[in-house]
Write a protein that binds this ligand. Structure first.
Ligand SMILES: [Fe+2]
Length: 144
């Protein structure tokens, strides 16, 4: 879903750049989680299932893409980033409670990246919406 969104973006280069950065961060986040889980000797499958079902839920929310695709994608991106930040915050509490000091820093790094993603949308939403309106009133393609 994110890849399709990134590839289709035409008029919102700043958002595109941030989403590309965040896609790279996601790969690093998964790597951090796998490192922690490997160290603990746990299976990765449950984690992947959770990640996939989340993405599925978000993408189904965006399947009904009308002319406001960019707006819905901003809502979904912000929602997903907050979801992930809360999940990382929870994992930090778990790790802390378990005395797994080694897991704290990588989890905090991932949480910070998710908060930054959500903050980016919040800080740029007005600009994106205004550009959307401008393009719309000029009868130009504004949805992506
Ligand atoms: Fe994310």
């Amino acid at each position: 879903m994110v890849d399709a969104q990134i590839d289709r973006l035409e008029h919102y280069p700043k958002l595109k750049e941030k989403l590309l950065e965040h896609r790279r961060q996601k790969d690093a986040q998964l790597q951090r989680l796998e490192t922690i889980l490997d160290r603990l000797g746990k299976s990765r499958s449950a984690l992947k299932d959770t990640a996939m079902s989340t993405m599925g839920a978000i993408s189904s929310a965006t399947t009904a893409m009308a002319g406001d695709e960019i707006l819905k994608n901003c809502f979904a991106t912000c929602g997903l980033a907050n979801f992930e930040a809360s999940a990382y915050e929870t994992l930090i509490v778990f790790a802390d409670a378990a005395g797994d000091v080694e897991a704290l820093q990588p989890l905090r790094q991932s949480e910070t990246e998710e908060r930054a993603m959500a903050d980016f949308i919040r800080q740029n939403l007005r600009e994106i919406v205004l550009l959307f309106l401008t393009l719309k009133t000029q009868d130009r393609q504004a949805s992506r």
